[in-house]
Write a protein that binds this ligand. Structure first.
Ligand code: F6P
Length: 549
């Protein structure tokens, strides 16, 4: 239930919106040379510039009041103390323990979880070192050259994104790591096409070990190994990551190849757990450890920094400002880093599965909008595709730009252009281009008055379009860990303000149930009268086309 304090804070924000709505950001910058200093914050080597937003100090203070009114402090402490804040699943939310570096006990249900966490990390280290070093080999004694992680959602997106983002830390000549998620057989077939069974190691990654897509792919991978080698090879060519140890053993995976985690780790928060095993295999344990340490540093920042200096809190509040007070429905994440191509997709699950909710913690309908639509692509590619709409479309889209000062394995001369484009986009979005500027430009090009009149409206840029820019020296494992944890905490804070459970995902269940029910009718024509007429029509059409072939 919302509280009078939260309602008052939102009312105050509405007032601030009315107050600043008529002021263009261009003028805010012109009138305040210290705007960058006032509205940027650093944590270690990470800079967040949030000065290109529709804010002033009054707005920020009102947003911090909202965070206080919503009890962000209290909820953050409840999370860290292992309370079952995931109420609908009656679970603690303790992914921060997976990367915790301190000496304190971290308790869930009265038990210090750190010894078990560290035991699994040690097992990951040993296993990844031995596979990379060639001490653990395939059934025929050959070194593994390829690892295929089979998982979906949180058991795929995190490790797949991280492995790609940290490509400079991998050594594909020695070990390549692939990810198969889709139940579309093309995904597995295309991945296996270039691989040899005797040098391929599969990791079946599934928190529940029941997810249909993953189990279907795992069974097909198992047949691929058995057909090429034999049944006894399964134990050498498979490892598993799951909370469901019994199901892994039933699949035929040796107990010393099963890496466990716990129900207090949500799927979309699990890259820090044994779900990160393929990452450790790809980049080596030392780098995986640096990745965890980066996230731990962000946890410390989130837990200790006052709201006004707290990067995840600031990002969350700006998101709420745009979602609820301005009514902007989407948020773009635009990494200027080709290796971060899967970062927006990863954040889609992290944010949309967490905050795509329409009921409050006590089961009532929410009274204001919750999670925005998260989307994006790396720059500069997006500039030549959808940025048109961000600049001149009728929908305002707040953006996060991410860029590193240096790149590894880059080609001379490219990075300067990449960075220039990144900075230019946020500048263009903020400034826009006025009618006077457009007319002057066209006049200078020699265009006649009639032409200028016709063309000028099309060349106008409204500007005043908000963005955050995150700048860091280099995308190291530690920095990537920081960035991911930063977004996790942003999503958490927004969930607290919206008073929703950010840690369940009931919305994915109905489709799964119905797919199970429809599958037999796709396999064979059958009585479909219990379905709606659209579904009946689709099934009939499907079977008609199938028999035609
Ligand atoms: O369908 C959604 C979901 O439950 C995600 O939350 C989860 O990350 C994914 O499926 C995979 O689940 P599992 O790891 O249990 O296979």
């Amino acid at each position: 239930m919302t509280t009078p304090e939260v309602e008052a804070a939102f009312e105050a924000l509405e007032g601030h919106k009315q107050r600043i709505a008529g002021t263009h950001m261009r003028d805010m910058f012109a009138n305040d040379p210290a705007r960058f200093d006032s509205f940027s914050v650093t944590y270690g080597e990470l800079l967040l510039d949030y000065s290109k937003n529709r804010i002033d100090q009054g707005v920020m203070d009102a947003l911090f009041d909202l965070a206080k009114a919503a009890g962000v402090d209290k909820r953050r402490s409840q999370m860290w103390h292992g309370e079952h804040i995931n109420t609908t699943e009656d679970r603690a939310v303790m992914h921060m323990a997976l990367r915790y570096q301190g000496l304190e006990e971290v308790t869930v249900d009265g038990e210090n979880v750190m010894p078990e966490v560290r035991e699994v990390l040690a097992a990951i280290e040993t296993f990844s070192d031995k596979v990379r070093g060639g001490q653990i080999r395939g059934a025929s004694g050959k070194k593994f050259t390829d690892v295929v992680n089979i998982g979906i959602g949180g058991s795929d997106l995190g490790p797949a994104m991280v492995t790609q983002a940290l490509a400079p830390y991998t050594d594909p000549k020695k070990l390549r790591v692939h990810y198969v998620s889709n139940v579309d057989g093309a995904h597995l077939a295309d991945t296996l096409a270039g691989l040899s069974p005797s040098t391929t190691l599969f990791i079946v990654a599934s928190k529940t070990f029941t997810t249909d897509e993953t189990m279907t792919n795992a069974r097909s991978a198992r047949s691929w190994i058995v057909n090429a080698l034999d049944e006894t090879a399964v134990s050498s060519h498979f490892a598993a990551v799951s909370t469901n140890i019994a199901a892994c053993a039933k699949f035929g995976i040796d107990t010393d190849r099963i890496f466990g985690f716990w129900d207090w780790v949500g799927g979309r928060y699990s890259v820090w757990s044994a779900i990160g095993l393929p990452v450790a295999l790809a980049i080596g344990y030392k780098n995986f450890d640096a990745f965890l340490k980066g996230a731990a540093a962000m946890d410390k920042h989130f837990r200790t920094a006052p709201f006004k200096d707290n990067i995840p809190v600031i990002l969350a509040l700006l998101g709420v400002w745009y979602r609820n007070v301005w009514g902007f429905p989407t948020h773009a994440v635009l990494p200027y880093d080709q290796r971060m191509v899967r970062f927006p997709a990863y954040l889609q699950q992290q944010d949309m599965e967490s905050n795509g909710k329409a009921v409050t913690l006590d089961g009532r309908s929410v009274t204001r909008d919750t999670g925005p639509i998260i989307w994006g692509e790396p720059g500069t590619n997006g500039q030549h595709a959808f940025y048109q709409l961000i600049h001149q479309g009728t929908t305002v889209i707040p953006c996060d730009f991410l860029v590193a000062v240096r790149t590894r394995n880059g080609i001379n001369g490219h990075h300067v252009k990449l960075v220039a484009n990144c900075f230019a986009q946020s500048e263009a979005l903020m400034l826009g281009k006025t009618a006077e500027e457009v007319v002057a430009e066209l006049r200078a090009s020699g265009m006649k008055a009639d032409g200028i009149r016709a063309l000028a409206p099309h060349k106008l840029f409204p500007g005043n379009r908000p963005s955050n820019t995150l700048v860091y020296p280099e995308l190291t494992p530690g920095m990537l860990g920081k960035l991911i944890a930063m977004y996790e905490h942003k999503v958490f804070v927004q969930g607290v303000i919206w008073n929703i459970n950010s840690f369940d995902q009931w919305g994915v269940e109905l489709g799964k149930q119905l797919a199970k029910n429809i599958a037999p009718k796709v396999r064979e024509p059958a009585d479909t009268s219990m379905h709606d007429v659209s579904t009946q029509g689709l099934l009939t059409h499907y079977h008609n086309l199938r028999t035609k072939r």
